[in-house]
Design a protein around this ligand. Sequence first.
Ligand code: 5AD
Ligand code: SF4
Length: 369
Amino acid sequence: MRNRLSLDREGLAAAIACEDAAFEEALREEAYRVKVETVGPDVYLRGLIEISNICAKNCLYCGIRRDIRCQRYELSEEEVLATARAAARRRFGSVVIQGGERTDAAFIRKITRLLKEIKSIDTGDDPPLGVTLSLGEQSREVYEEWFDAGAHRYLLRIESSNPDLYRRIHPADHSYDRRLQALYDLKEIGYQAGTGAMIGMPFQTAEDMADDLLFYKEFDAPMVGMGPYNPHPETPLTLTGAPYPSAERRFALGLKMIALLRLLMPDINIAAATALEVLDPRGREKGLLSGANVIMPNITPEEQMVKYNLYDRKTLLRECPSSVDPSKRDTHICRNCVFPFCSLGEGLSGQKIVIGYGRWGDSKHFRRE
Ligand code: 5AD
Ligand code: SF4
């Protein structure tokens, strides 16, 4: 397969545009093989805590953008800590704190306090919980404050590496250059800075997607989380009526981008995004079998999880009964999970996938740097 595939811009764009099912399947198999050979069969878990859906920004594609009327929430410090403790008990190894972008002092200090507390959670024989933040663009000082408080990874998607497309999907007061600067700030401070883009958006070409892959390479990202675009019915981007690929195509593209990235950057961490699961009930598992090695089970308390409505049907996902029934918390997230509406447990316990419990799961790429 690799002999037939060239990983330059033209080759990548041709592979992205090609809709031949046999080609796509061979590509996914090859990427899975390269993953196992390079980073091993382990899948790392990051417990995703969606801390708040309050956002100061207004991205044109996003279901929790500032101007959308929806019920807003913010988890209390105790709720975040209880959720992180549950993640530690289940030996997740690390958590991701994700939320809308806020730059007010109260929120910033809250995150700083939380980081210190999460780092002191008793994890038994495991290392302290790793913490990834995904809280948007902040000043360099704030990134430093959070790094000093214990965060060691930060996810900030570039959303599109094409500045023109970036402009089309964001309001005028958003800036591509500022976002890029934020990514370089994170890297300089010492974070493992992860990035990613949406796949299958209106106006997006195969060349744009090829450029996204080359952007990850150029930025030398130790981790990438990218996923299919899923329209939200009330966003300006959906309301323009601009066409975008079918759900089936966006799903196939999502897997193909993972596979191509694994071939391009064999030793990085690649997440199988939740957006895949919305398009296919076994979406993330298929992501893992296409070369991804990180999965972020959503452990946000159920009552709030349903309000983090980034895109259509996201809130229909039921991660695991442990989010409904706290008595199951210690046994049923991705461990011996037997519940029919959660495909993760079953899929992950399959022979091809091994869960790296209790480890941070830093990318080999980052450790080597
Ligand atoms: N479809 C897919 N992903 C989306 N995000 C926001 N809106 C959508 C959408 N409609 C993603 C963005 C953001 C992350 C938190 O959610 O890429 O970085
Ligand atoms: Fe806010 Fe992120 Fe949604 Fe943009 S994508 S509106 S920054 S939550």
